[in-house]
Design a protein around this ligand. Structure first.
Ligand code: DAH
Length: 357
C-alpha cells in the first residue's frame, strides 16, 4: 500500500471509531490542521516538479476532500446520536396512567358521612365540629340533664380522670348533641348546622359498639316549627334512601334537651329477612328529634321568648347498615381488609345529589 493509501486507511479507521465530537475534532486537527498530516503533504506540492505536482495534486486534493467529508458526516452522526440519547433520557410519559388497581377503599361510614354532608349541605346546613373529649357542661348540663340525674348513667358514659375548669370529670362525648351547645354559644341565630362524628358508650353487641358515629342537626330561628322539622327530615329520608315516597310517623318520646320530643319511624318492609325502606307497612325507628328545650336555649345565652328551633340526632353506622346491608356493627371497626374490600367504596365515586348518591 502506498503511503497515501495507508494514511487514508488510518484516518478513516480513526474517524469511524470516534465516539464523541472532541475526539473527532482531534482527528481533524491531526489531518487537516495547520500542522496536520495532509496539510504537510500539500505543502510539499510547491517543491515538486510540474509533472510530479500534476500527478500528486489531484491525489492529495482527493484525499483531503474525502477525509473532510468523512469528518463532516461522522460529526452529523454523532450529533444525531447525542440528541437521541438526550431525548431518551428526558422522556416524559404524558399518557394516562393504567386503570388503577383497587388496593384501598373508602369505609362505608366515611362514604355515608359524605352523602349526609351533601344532602344536608344542599338544604343549607353548615358543618360544625366539636371535640371527642367533652366537658360535663357541654355533654350534659347545658343540654338540660339535671345534676345527678340517672340520664347521665343511662348513657353508659366513659368518664375520664381529667377534670374541667369546673372540677368535673371530662367525658368521652356520649352523643353529638354537645356540638349544638358549642354552636349556639359561638354563633348568632339563624343557625342551621349539622355535626357528624364519633361518640362513645359502654356497650358492645351486634348492634352496639363502644365507639360509634352520630349525626346531629340543629336549626334555630325566630319562627321554626315542628312542621319544618318534619319536612326537613322527610326530604332527607327521600334523598338518602333514594326513594320518591316515604311514610313517616312521630312517636312521643323523652329527651332532656327537647320539648316536645319524638322518635321518628319510617315505613319499611321486613318480609324476606331484610329491611327495605319505602315500601311495606312495618315501621322502623330511625332517629330522635324535637323542639329545642327553653332551658337549653337559656344555657346557651339565647332568649326562648325570641328564639326557638328544632334538633335531631341519629346513628350514622345504622344508616349505613340500612342502606348498604352490613350485618354486624362490630365488623365496621375490626380493621379487616377483606371486609373493607367487600363493603368499601371506590374513592372515585364521590357522592353528590346531582350525580347520584
Ligand atoms: N342525643 C340523642 C341520643 O344520642 C339523639 C337526639 C335526640 C339528638 C333528639 C337530638 C334530638 O338532637 O333532638 O340518643
Amino acid at each position: 500500500m502506498s503511503d497515501l493509501a495507508t494514511l487514508e486507511a488510518d484516518l478513516s479507521a480513526r474517524i469511524v471509531a470516534a465516539t464523541d465530537e472532541a475526539s473527532l475534532d482531534a482527528i481533524r486537527v491531526d489531518a487537516l490542521g495547520k500542522q496536520g498530516a495532509i496539510s504537510g503533504l500539500m505543502k510539499t506540492l510547491g517543491t515538486m516538479s510540474p509533472e510530479e505536482r500534476q500527478a500528486m495534486g489531484p491525489k492529495l486534493n482527493g484525499l483531503k476532500d474525502r477525509i473532510g467529508e468523512a469528518i463532516v458526516t461522522k460529526k452529523a452522526q454523532l450529533a444525531e446520536a447525542a440528541l437521541e440519547a438526550k431525548l431518551a433520557a428526558e422522556k416524559v410519559d404524558a399518557s394516562l396512567p393504567p386503570p388503577a388497581v383497587r388496593t384501598g377503599a373508602i369505609h362505608p361510614v366515611s362514604h355515608v358521612m359524605e352523602e349526609l354532608a351533601r344532602i344536608f349541605g344542599e338544604m343549607g346546613f353548615a358543618l360544625e365540629e366539636g371535640p371527642d373529649i367533652e366537658t360535663d357542661f357541654h355533654n350534659f348540663t347545658a343540654l338540660n340533664f339535671p345534676p345527678k340525674h340517672p340520664a347521665r348513667d343511662m348513657h353508659d358514659t366513659f368518664f375520664l380522670n381529667a377534670t374541667d375548669e369546673m372540677g368535673q370529670r371530662k367525658v368521652l362525648r356520649t352523643h353529638t348533641s354537645p356540638v349544638q351547645v358549642r354552636t349556639m354559644l359561638k354563633q348568632k341565630p339563624p343557625i342551621r348546622m349539622i355535626c357528624m362524628g364519633r361518640t362513645y358508650r359502654k356497650d358492645s353487641d351486634a348492634t352496639h359498639t363502644p365507639m360509634f358515629h352520630q349525626i346531629e342537626g340543629l336549626v334555630i330561628d325566630e319562627v321554626t316549627t315542628m312542621a319544618d322539622l318534619k319536612g326537613t327530615l322527610m326530604a332527607f329520608i327521600k334523598a338518602y334512601f333514594e326513594i320518591d315516597d316515604v311514610r313517616v310517623r312521630f312517636r312521643p318520646h323523652h329527651f332532656p334537651f327537647t320539648e316536645p320530643s319524638a322518635e321518628m319511624d319510617v315505613g319499611c318492609d321486613r318480609s324476606g329477612g331484610s329491611v327495605r325502606i319505602g315500601t311495606g307497612d312495618d315501621w322502623l325507628e330511625i332517629l330522635g328529634c324535637g323542639m329545642v328545650h327553653p332551658n337549653v336555649l337559656r344555657a346557651c345565652g339565647l332568649d326562648p321568648e325570641v328564639y326557638q328551633g328544632y334538633a335531631f340526632g341519629m346513628g350514622v353506622d345504622r344508616l349505613a347498615t340500612l342502606k348498604y346491608g352490613m350485618p354486624d356493627l362490630r365488623d365496621y371497626f375490626a380493621a379487616d381488609v377483606r371486609w373493607l374490600k367487600h363493603y368499601g367504596f371506590s374513592p372515585y365515586l364521590l357522592p353528590g345529589l346531582a350525580g347520584g348518591l
